[in-house]
Design a protein. Sequence first.
Length: 95
Amino acid sequence: MRLSREEVLQIAELAKLSLTENELTAYAEQLSAVLEYASRLEQLDTADIPPTATVLPLQNVMRDDVVRPSLPREQALANAADAIEGQFRVDAVLE
């Protein structure tokens, strides 16, 4: 599917883009190539392929939580602009 100059201008307007003549020509070619490839993909027989969210096996790459020593509360709050009852005090964000 080949996009016309007017179609590319309409797409650019929807995206609020201001394009030069060179960009219009380049984008017309690039977008046409994408649509051409999509039409080729539509021709594939996918009847026997189950729907899936990913083709790769999922694995958790997060490490286990491990309790370990941290800063003492007094040291953590030492440079706080304001602290109360062992906690940082900040101005309310919501009413």
